[in-house]
Write a protein that binds this ligand. Structure first.
Ligand code: SAH
Ligand code: SF4
Length: 381
């Protein structure tokens, strides 16, 4: 077998790994041993697996591998935030961000190189779409980050307490791989992260929210961004296919299945003069009246030529107060890792766009630049 036909064990869930061992004529319990080596100890070399006999190690070397995405860069911000750029099989690069906070550490993981859903304020969307990440490439981001905290044999590192699928891409558009990766995150043989602390964020692919509820019970975040269909159709185009009523119904069903007082996280990116007015807050209160939720406001993180601005601190506070007075639990997300461009919506990676959307975006930018010459250009005339 050559390199490319070897089975990559990194992205296999426990049942999948058990089937793999069975398929090569070995006992299923080997799956547990190998998973611990891979995920607890960060091992990628079968020879390091000391509780596995030499004959089986040789057999594994011939037919399998443990291969994460290639790390292109790793940056550490002044505030402790870390960012990795990793290259995936398709040749594109995606980003992973680790955010340390008092008592916890959250890893923000990418699920696709680019995104086909084209939300108007998202730099990932503006880059078009290249490829789905494999399960190994998704869990590989956790594997790489975990290793960077100096995992030592005999000690499971607990630097990563939470994982959010809020990096590049729409996880529900890469369903099977995102689910497999989340199953490994929660498995005690993987990273042992509680189901409450693994969060899938979606822009609202309603039918897949129902599918998700049939097989997994992770926390769910909905990227709302607008309290009515007219505005949401413009900001989050997938809303034209799955309008608000349909998406919120699916979210309600998902949350009610979880029971145990769990709630939906509603994310709302605040865009100056677009969705940050008191009337939007009032509509949001009405819309979420019977949705058990907590609201997370994300002040827009600018990127070049986005056409949007971040609201003033006063406008953000006013919006938060209005929701709060209506009885909502509302937090405002603080920007972390600004010095390494690690903020939400600023993740750029390096997407080899197959949709040609990025070309159109660049063309529009050029036309915009020509229509509004800078003062420097005017000075030269
Ligand atoms: N595709 C998924 C997950 C990735 S985006 C989703 O849309 O939910 C993660 C979050 O960042 C989403 O809530 C998204 O709307 C938000 N976001 C995107 N661009 C942003 C920007 N420029 N500023 C602030 N938040 C942004
Ligand atoms: Fe895709 Fe999410 Fe960005 Fe929308 S906000 S374009 S769904 S990554």
């Amino acid at each position: 077998m050559n390199e490319t036909t070897k089975a990559n064990l990194l992205g296999l869930t426990q049942p999948q790994l058990e089937s793999f061992f069975e398929s090569i004529g070995e006992k299923r319990f080997r799956a547990g041993q190998v998973m611990k080596w891979i995920h607890h100890f960060g091992v990628d070399d079968f020879d390091a697996m000391s509780n596995i006999g030499k004959a089986l190690r040789e057999k594994l070397k011939a037919c399998a591998e443990i291969r994460g995405p290639e790390v292109v860069t790793q940056d550490i911000s002044g505030d402790g935030t870390r960012k990795w750029v990793v290259r995936v099989t398709s040749g594109s690069c995606v980003e992973t961000v680790y955010i340390p906070q008092a008592g916890r550490g959250t890893l923000c993981v990418s699920s696709q190189a680019g995104c086909s859903l084209d939300c108007s304020f998202c730099s990932t969307g503006k880059q078009g779409f290249n490829s789905d990440l494999s399960a190994a490439e998704i869990i590989g981001q956790v594997w790489i980050a975990n290793k960077s905290f100096g995992t030592v044999p005999g000690k499971i590192d607990r630097a990563i307490t939470n994982v959010v699928m809020m990096g590049m891409g729409e996880p529900l558009m890469n369903f099977d791989n995102a689910v497999a990766a989340m199953q490994i995150m929660m498995d005690d043989l993987g990273y042992g992260i509680s189901k409450r602390k693994v969060t899938l964020s979606t822009s609202g692919v309603a039918p897949m929210i129902d599918e998700l509820g049939k097989i997994i019970d992770v926390s769910l975040a909905l990227s709302l961004h607008a309290p009515n269909d007219e505005l949401r159709n413009r900001l989050v185009p997938v809303n034209r296919k799955y309008p608000l009523a349909q998406v919120l119904d699916a979210c309600r069903r998902y949350i009610s299945r979880l029971g145990e007082k769990r709630v939906l996280t509603v994310e709302y990116t605040l865009l100056k003069d677009v969705n940050d007015q008191p009337e939007h807050a009032a509509q949001m209160v009405e819309l979420l009246r019977d949705v058990p939720c907590k609201i997370n406001l994300i002040p827009f993180n600018p990127f070049p030529h986005s056409g949007y601005e971040r609201p003033s601190n006063n406008a953000i506070r006013r919006f938060q107060d209005l929701l709060h007075k209506a009885g909502h639990n509302v937090t405002v997300r603080t920007t972390r890792g600004e010095d390494i461009d690690a903020a939400c919506g600023q993740l750029v990676g390096q997407v080899m766009d197959r949709t040609r959307r990025s070309e159109r975006y660049i063309a529009v930018r050029r036309i915009g630049d020509e229509a509004a010459p800078s003062s420097g250009a005017a000075d030269r005339t």
